[in-house]
Design a protein around this ligand. Structure first.
Ligand code: 13P
Ligand code: SF4
Length: 377
């Protein structure tokens, strides 16, 4: 990995990449909603065109209502790139704010309101583990070329690593094209960190029979030569929110509603995706419900805040959560408390920058290459 030093695996692995970011001051902890709304509006009016607030589809209502744009992780990066504002306040998770920093101009500043908004799946492919796996797999590949492809849900150092090794980044909507790009240039794709998106993509390309898994937590147990023979090697990472959905939930929904259709995110398990009627990114899920006829029933297999937004935004459609009360919210997205949003905006209005996400220059340059390659596919 660029600019990474190998020391001790146990002590180096950490869930929160930016653990030096600041905590919410005491005086912001008990604001009520109407006070908060007033203060957020006042701060954004004072900042005017100098600020843009971006909100991911999984953010809670109190955040989404203050966002200038609400979308999926790829759309939000594009919005950040197109924004003229000096400050991009990113209500999402760390890897998204990093991507925004990578593709915005150097004179733009990206702020992530809370330090603890770190996607656990992105944390499942740490630089040290990837380094070690890469060495083993490339040594075992016997002259075959391995091309790494990382999902957008990964940290900037992994994106930079992929660029250095001839690979690229993908989102849930263009993973199949990224795989094709990689297979045009090599023999094997190493896909990180989401094994389910990787497996779903392999099946979409008719390559489901040539898939192997790499367990980064127990690399000694792996037969690197056998793994490297596969066309697609999947890193053993996953999203807890999406792993929760099971094929039985799809069956239960179809039993409960005669006309129900099911749309799921591709981070869901293979059998859930196979059983669903539609699969796609959070923006595809939004479009599906927006295009539904009044009275149709759609069961949603993704994070619960988005399902709740869809119920509010489209009351004419019967929107139901795919696994009922068992559907989860994303613990990382939840860290963007509206009080944090109030704080960072008021601080910016007072001329102080808080919780700035700044990717180191070399990583930024290389990760930018991996993102540009994605835009080409
Ligand atoms: P989208 O890119 O579809 O918005 O998904 C991001 C994500 O984190 C899904 O869990
Ligand atoms: Fe990460 Fe899953 Fe949350 Fe998406 S829903 S940000 S993949 S933990």
């Amino acid at each position: 990995m660029p600019e990474m030093e190998t020391t001790n695996l146990e002590s180096e692995l950490s869930l929160f990449k930016y653990d030096d970011l600041e905590q919410l001051p005491e005086r912001y902890r008990d604001l009520n909603e109407s006070e908060r709304n007033e203060r957020i509006t006042e701060a954004t009016e004072a900042l005017g065109d100098d600020v843009v607030v971006l909100g991911h589809n999984y953010q809670r209502r109190e955040i989404v209502e203050h966002a200038d744009f609400v979308g999926d992780s790829y759309q939000l990066s594009r919005e950040a790139a197109d924004a003229d504002a000096e400050y991009v306040v990113f209500a999402g998770v760390t890897f998204m704010a990093e991507s925004a920093d990578i593709i915005t101009d150097d004179d733009q500043t990206v702020v992530l309101p809370s330090m603890e908004a770190s996607c656990p799946m992105a944390g499942m492919a740490e630089a040290l583990q990837v380094d070690a796996a890469w060495d083993e797999l490339t040594a075992a590949a016997d002259g075959d070329d391995i091309v790494p492809v990382t999902y957008m849900n990964s940290y900037a150092d992994l994106k930079a690593f992929c660029a250095e090794q001839g690979g690229l980044v993908c989102t849930s909507s263009n993973a199949h094209r990224a795989f094709e790009y990689a297979l045009d240039r090599g023999d094997t794709v190493l896909f990180l960190p989401d094994k389910h998106l990787g497996e779903n993509t392999a099946h979409r390309l008719g390559m489901g029979d040539s898939v192997a898994e790499w367990d980064p937590w127990d690399p000694e147990a792996e037969d690197a030569a056998a793994v490297a023979e596969a066309d697609i090697v999947l890193w053993d990472g996953y999203c807890q929110v999406h792993e929760r959905f099971e094929e039985g939930h799809v069956r239960a929904i179809r039993d409960a509603y005669d006309d129900a259709r099911v749309v799921v995110h591709p981070e869901c398990r293979r059998e859930v995706v196979e059983a669903a009627d539609r699969v796609g990114s959070t923006s595809t899920i939004r479009e599906t419900v927006a295009e539904a006829a009044p009275g149709e029933t759609w069961a949603i297999g993704t994070e619960i805040h988005l399902t709740n937004h869809l119920r509010r935004w489209h009351p004419e459609v019967n929107v139901v959560p795919l696994c009922g009360d068992a559907c989860m919210d994303c613990n990382a997205m939840r860290q963007i408390d509206p009080n944090y949003l109030t704080w960072v905006l008021e601080e910016l209005a007072a001329g102080r920058e808080r919780n700035v996400i700044e990717v180191p220059p070399r990583e930024k340059e290389l990760a930018g290459v991996a993102l540009e390659r994605m835009l080409e596919v």
